[in-house]
Design a binder for this molecule. Structure first.
Ligand SMILES: Cc1cc2nc3c(=O)[nH]c(=O)nc-3n(C[C@H](O)[C@H](O)[C@H](O)COP(=O)(O)OP(=O)(O)OC[C@H]3O[C@@H](n4cnc5c(N)ncnc54)[C@H](O)[C@@H]3O)c2cc1C
Length: 250
């Protein structure tokens, strides 16, 4: 239950409020407003001017409170990232949920977080403008450590992204999804989702050789109620190769 609501106008004011126990940043509130048992206070971020997307050279800086729908509509967003966003949540949720909220709350089945992991997104955190790589963020988040305030997420615009998925139905959350990002330098990064607490980074290298086996290896233990590990290994390898073909074709 939310027992107090704060709407600061500056980041220092927000950080001061967030120092209190059981006080959390409020993005779109789609998840936070559902918590019923614990008494919490929320710090609404909507007046902090963190709701813009800005192109800076080969990157786009996405403010923490930019909604998933804003990203889907942006001309800076690659088509395959839009596909991942459409699977992430229906329109009403996308209109409210924010990029930072999705990163903090998204699990291993999240197509959007999988795509951001492939793109090697960087999170800017406050108070020090510290940049954290998404891989490190997800690894520490897994252990319960979340930065007090994420202010922005930086995505490369010079990397090409391919996203493929398999689910029970075309619009269902994937049982397996693969996102492959490729940079002009030759760097390739493969992330897999559809399983577990956070998506997995299967490969980050300069050669696409070994992509298929990297996809298989990453899902060696990916067994749950939805699918066996053998099934996921086969599908992940196939989707990874489809991503590679898509990138080489375009
Ligand atoms: C009907 C429905 C279906 C849903 N289905 C799914 C689903 O299938 N899978 C799934 O993963 N989620 C699901 N969600 C949960 C939720 O919609 C998403 O995880 C969403 O992206 C959260 O974004 P938000 O901005 O609404 O976050 P909020 O609810 O505002 O916050 C979520 C968490 O992120 C933290 N946070 C928010 N912004 C920041 C910031 N700037 N810095 C630091 N921490 C921050 C909050 O403190 C909180 O801990 C669903 C929600 C609803 C209502």
């Amino acid at each position: 239950m939310i027992t107090a609501y704060h709407r600061p106008k500056t980041i220092p004011e927000a950080l001061d409020l967030l120092k209190q126990n059981d006080t959390f940043p409020l993005g779109g509130g789609t998840l936070l407003s559902q918590l019923k048992s614990d008494s919490i206070e929320v710090v609404d971020l909507q007046s902090l001017n963190l709701d813009t997307l800005k192109k800076k050279g080969n990157y786009v800086v996405v403010g923490a409170t930019v909604t998933l729908q804003q990203i889907l509509k942006s001309s800076h967003t690659p088509e395959d990232l839009k596909s991942a966003l459409q699977l992430e949540a229906p329109l009403n949720i996308r209109n409210a949920a924010t990029i930072a909220g999705a990163l903090v709350a998204g699990d291993g089945r999240s197509p959007f977080v999988t795509a951001l992991l492939a793109l090697d997104a960087k999170l800017t955190t406050q108070p020090d403008d510290e940049q954290i790589e998404i891989g490190n963020f997800l690894a520490t988040r897994d252990k319960g450590s979340i930065p007090n305030l994420i202010s922005a997420i930086t995505l490369p615009t010079h990397a090409v992204l391919a996203f493929e998925h398999v689910g029970r139905t075309p619009k269902d959350k994937p049982i397996v999804c693969a996102a492959l990002a490729s940079w002009p330098s030759g760097r390739s990064r493969l992330a897999l989702g559809g399983y577990g607490v956070v998506p997995l980074l299967a490969m980050d290298g300069t050669e696409p050789e070994g992509l298929e086996s990297a996809a298989r290896n990453a899902f060696k233990e990916a067994k749950d109620d939805w699918a066996s590990a053998d099934y996921r290994m086969d599908v992940a390898a196939t989707l990874a190769m489809r991503c590679l073909e898509k990138i080489q074709r375009d």
